[in-house]
Design a protein around this ligand. Structure first.
Ligand code: NAD
Ligand code: GLY
Length: 361
C-alpha cells in the first residue's frame, strides 16, 4: 500500500492507495470520530461494494443511503435525501459520512457533510479513476445548478481518502477514459516528465497494469496534494487544476449533464486551451500534436460539439467561477508541463480556436 499526506495543518489527512483497501479497516476506523457511520453510495456502486465496506466498518453503527446514479442527479434534491437519511437515523454531530463512489457521490457526500449540523466529518472511498486522481482529494464539494456546473458548494476536507485500485476492474472503458483526461491534465499543467511517462505507458494503464496504475494515481495525488497545500481555497496556483474545465463545463452544461462525461468535456476543453496557446506562441504545433495524440490514445474527444459556436461557449463560460470583473480567465498551457491563468485573450482568438475544433457534421 502507498500512503501520501495532504498537509493542511490541523486539517491534514492521509491518502491510501492500493489493491483491496475497501477491506482495510485501518484506512477507515481511525478516522471515524463517534459510533455512527452513514455510507453514501449510488444504485450502481452499492451492489458492487457496499456489503464489503459494511463488513470493514462492522464495529460501528452503520447506515447507508443510496442515491440515483448520474451527473443529472448531482443537485440539491440529492443533498436533501442524504440529510433526510441522517435525520431519520438521529445522527448527531459526531456522525461520519463515507462516500462510496465516483466524483458525483464524493462531491455530494462532502457537501452534505459540510452542511449537516454546520459540518460533520467524512471519508472519501473513491471508486472511479477520476475520483482516484482528482475529485477525492482537495476538499471541493458541491452540486450543479441548471445554469452552471458545481455552482453550489463548499470547501470541506475529508478525514481520509481511500483509493482501492481493484475498483477500476468493474469500471466501464468510457469512464476509465474520462478519468484519463484528468490524469493527462497533470502532465500538461505541471509535470512534463509525467506527460512523457504517460506517452510511454498509456497502453499498460489502459490494460489496468497494477504497477502503472499505482504510479499514475500516486503521481496525480502528489501533485494535487502539493497544489492544495499551497493554495487550499484557489486564490492562486490551484486555478491551474482547472485546465480545460472552463470550456469543458460549458460543453457539459450546454449538451445536458451526463451526455458528455466530465472528463470528456475536460479533454476537448484542454485541446481548446492548447489551440489558444499555439495562437499565442506559448506552444509549438508539435506539442499540440503530442497532446491530441495522447488524448486520442486514451479514447477521448479532441473536438468540440458541432452545435457549439463561440457565442454558445461564451454564454456558458461567463458563469465560470474564475470570472473576475466580467472577464473570463482561461487556464492556458505554456508548452507541456506548465500553465498560467490569462484574462486578456481576445475573443476573436478563442472563437478561432473553437471554429478550428468544431466537429464537422
Ligand atoms: P461518476 O461519479 O458519475 O461515476 C461514473 C460512473 O461510474 C457512474 O455511473 C458510477 O455509478 C459508475 N461507477 C463508479 N465507480 C464504479 C466502479 N468501481 N465500477 C463500476 N461503475 C462505477 O463520475 P466521475 O467521473 O467519477 O466524477 C465526475 C464528477 O466529479 C463530476 O461531477 C465533476 O464535477 C466532479 N469532479 C470533482 C472534482 C473535485 O475536486 N471535487 C474534481 C474533478 C471532478
Ligand atoms: N479539480 C480542481 C480542483 O480540485 O481544484
Amino acid at each position: 500500500m502507498e500512503q501520501l499526506k495532504v498537509d493542511l495543518g490541523s486539517r491534514s489527512y492521509p491518502i491510501f492507495i492500493g489493491s483491496g483497501l475497501i477491506s482495510a479497516a485501518d484506512c477507515f476506523a481511525p478516522y471515524v470520530r463517534g459510533r455512527d457511520v452513514m455510507i453514501v453510495s449510488n444504485e450502481t456502486v452499492a451492489p458492487l461494494y457496499l456489503e464489503k465496506l459494511e463488513k470493514t466498518l462492522s464495529g460501528f453503527n452503520v447506515h447507508s443511503v443510496i442515491l440515483k446514479d448520474g451527473e443529472q442527479y448531482k443537485n440539491l434534491d440529492g443533498i436533501e435525501s442524504i440529510i433526510t437519511a441522517l435525520l431519520r437515523n438521529d445522527a448527531g454531530r459526531d456522525v461520519t459520512l463515507v462516500a462510496l463512489g465516483g466524483g458525483v457521490v464524493g462531491d455530494m457526500t462532502g457537501f452534505a457533510a459540510a452542511c449537516y449540523q454546520r459540518g460533520v466529518d467524512f471519508i472519501q472511498c473513491a471508486t472511479t479513476l477520476l475520483a482516484h486522481v482528482d475529485s477525492s482529494v482537495g476538499g471541493k464539494t458541491g452540486v450543479n445548478h441548471p445554469l452552471g456546473k458545481n455552482m453550489i458548494g463548499a470547501f470541506h476536507q475529508p478525514k481520509s481518502v481511500v483509493i482501492d485500485t481493484d475498483t477500476l476492474r468493474t469500471l466501464d472503458r468510457r469512464q476509465l477514459s474520462a478519468g484519463l483526461a484528468e490524469v493527462i491534465k497533470y502532465g500538461i499543467m505541471w509535470d512534463s516528465d509525467f506527460f512523457r511517462f504517460l506517452e510511454d505507458s498509456m497502453d499498460s494503464i489502459m490494460s489496468l497494469d497494477e504497477e502503472s496504475l499505482v504510479r499514475t494515481i500516486k503521481t496525480c495525488c502528489s501533485i494535487k496534494a502539493e497544489v492544495v497545500h499551497e493554495d487550499e481555497r484557489e486564490s492562486g496556483v490551484r486555478a491551474l487544476l482547472n485546465l480545460g474545465h472552463t470550456f469543458g463545463h460549458a460543453i457539459e452544461c450546454h449538451e445536458g449533464y451526463g451526455v458528455w462525461l466530465h472528463g470528456e468535456g475536460v479533454a476537448a476543453g484542454m485541446v481548446c486551451a492548447a489551440r489558444v496557446a499555439v495562437y499565442l506562441g506559448r506552444m509549438s504545433e508539435d506539442e499540440f500534436r503530442r497532446i491530441t495524440a495522447l488524448l486520442e490514445r486514451a479514447s477521448l474527444p479532441v473536438q468540440v460539439p458541432a452545435d457549439m459556436n463561440y457565442d454558445i461557449f461564451y454564454e456558458n463560460m461567463i458563469h465560470d467561477k474564475k470570472v473576475r470583473n466580467g472577464r473570463i480567465r482561461y487556464v492556458i498551457p505554456d508548452g507541456i508541463g506548465h500553465a498560467g491563468v490569462l484574462d486578456d485573450i481576445p475573443a476573436e482568438l478563442v472563437s478561432r480556436a473553437i471554429e478550428d475544433l468544431r466537429k464537422k457534421c
